[in-house]
Design a protein around this ligand. Structure first.
Ligand code: HSE
Length: 411
């Protein structure tokens, strides 16, 4: 049984390295004595690589080779990844992918295609890097009705926010460091604008709630507008700012799904998840709350998840793993403006006392925040929870100029 790896970037090269490092153990766990790596598809010349005999630039070499039973897609992006994955499934090859954009966009279609061709389409590495999450949700927690899933799903932004909080590093320097460490996506805007987290929460929501959820239907906000002033206020409030992705099943049958920065209180398990680490909290009716924690990005953690899927495909060569979700449903995502939320607001004001009186008059029960050396024309506060749309309407009526509005979690 032979394997082909598509793409020799950070993840693909990690997969090859880890396979070679633990080859004997992997072969024995896979129960396939002849499991081996046959091809690496890469458009760049890699003549210096110790694996140079395996390289090809032509996908047809892989597609037309009946010995290749497992295709590992670590290219990223939609095209040609989608086309190669589709062709591989059609040809009766199992596919393992680390590509969250692909799964979030075409997951339902590709799972159906895999089913039709009696092969597996597995993507443990697409969410949470090295953290086991897809398999635990679909297997270990299968007896639960999962009603909520939330957490920190992007290592790069968590690394940046940790550096901004702990070392007062600028956003730009922290991003550069994340890129040097190989955490960031090819285009870092996918990380910092929340797009990567959005893809991951869509995959988890599809898996937990049973219908495909698309990124285009998910409100998404990134971290690039967070300022050092907000960091100071969050500290004085007793918490941190994290990029949170969450999805919740509602009683009306719809789901609430959203990605945005949020203030998280220090007593929350999520507040202390730092650096490149991710944490995913799952709430189920039988289990209560369970949190998965670990390295959410990086070459070897992600390769670890890919290799586990390869082993699973090899073990289930003739017996397909039953797992997946259903077709997308119209009008499935609730308008986030109709959901209750607390907001942190930092605003420019005129007279402090009069602004304060206005705020307290219009929004009952706000908590006023303080920070050292705050200018006299600045006011920061946290509102009690209320429907987000109503809260924002109230804010518009106030005589203040909001500089920053950040949601507050209840996790
Ligand atoms: N850029 C992603 C992250 C890689 O930082 O989490 C793993 O998906």
């Amino acid at each position: 049984m032979q394997i082909a790896v598509l793409g020799y970037g950070v993840v693909g090269s990690g997969v090859v390295e880890l396979f070679e490092k633990h080859k004997q153990g992997i072969i024995s766990k896979s129960t396939q004595n002849n499991l081996d790596l046959k091809y690496i598809l890469e458009i760049r010349d890699c003549t210096d690589s110790p694996y140079s005999p395996l390289f090809t630039k032509d996908f047809n070499d892989i597609l037309n080779d009946d010995g290749v039973k497992i295709v590992v897609e670590t290219m990223g992006g939609l095209h040609p990844a989608y086309d190669y994955v589709k062709a591989s499934l059609h040809a009766g090859k199992h596919v393992v992918s680390s590509n969250k954009e692909l799964v979030a966009t075409f997951g339902y279609e590709l799972l159906k295609l895999a089913d039709k061709n009696n092969v597996n389409f597995l993507f443990e590495a697409s969410v949470g890097g090295g953290i086991p999450i897809i398999r635990p949700i679909s297997q270990c927690l299968a007896a639960n009705e999962i009603n909520e899933i939330a957490g920190i799903l992007n290592g790069t932004t968590n690394f940046i926010l940790t550096k901004m909080f702990g070392e007062s590093m600028s956003f730009k320097d922290a991003l550069l460091l994340a890129q040097e460490n190989g955490y960031a996506e090819r285009d870092p805007s996918a990380d910092i604008d929340g797009i990567d987290s959005c893809r991951k929460i869509c995959i988890l929501a599809s898996l937990c709630f049973g219908s495909h959820v698309f990124p285009k239907d998910t409100f998404t906000e990134g971290i690039s507008s967070i300022k050092s002033e907000d960091v100071e206020y969050a500290k004085s409030w007793g918490g941190a700012i994290k990029l949170i992705a969450k999805a919740k099943k509602l009683e009306n049958g719809k789901i609430h799904i959203l990605v945005s920065p949020a203030l998280v209180q220090n007593h929350s398990q999520i507040a202390h998840v730092d650096d490149v680490f991710n944490a995913i909290l799952v709430r189920g009716d039988a289990i209560g709350e369970v949190v998965f924690y670990g390295r959410g990005a990086g070459k070897m953690p992600t390769a670890s998840a890919v290799l586990a899927d390869i082993i699973d495909c090899a073990k289930h060569d003739l017996r397909k793993k039953l797992f997946g979700w259903g077709a997308p449903v119209d009008d499935y995502v609730e308008d986030y403006m109709d959901m209750p939320v607390s907001l942190y607001v930092r605003a420019q004001i005129g007279d402090f006392l009069s602004a304060l009186a206005h705020v307290e008059d219009v929004i009952t029960g706000v908590t006023i925040l303080k920070r050292k050396d705050a200018p006299g024309d600045e006011l920061a506060f946290v509102t009690p929870p209320e429907k987000e749309g109503l809260l924002r309407q109230k804010l518009k009526k106030l005589p203040l100029n909001p500089l920053s509005i950040i949601r507050v979690t209840d996790y």
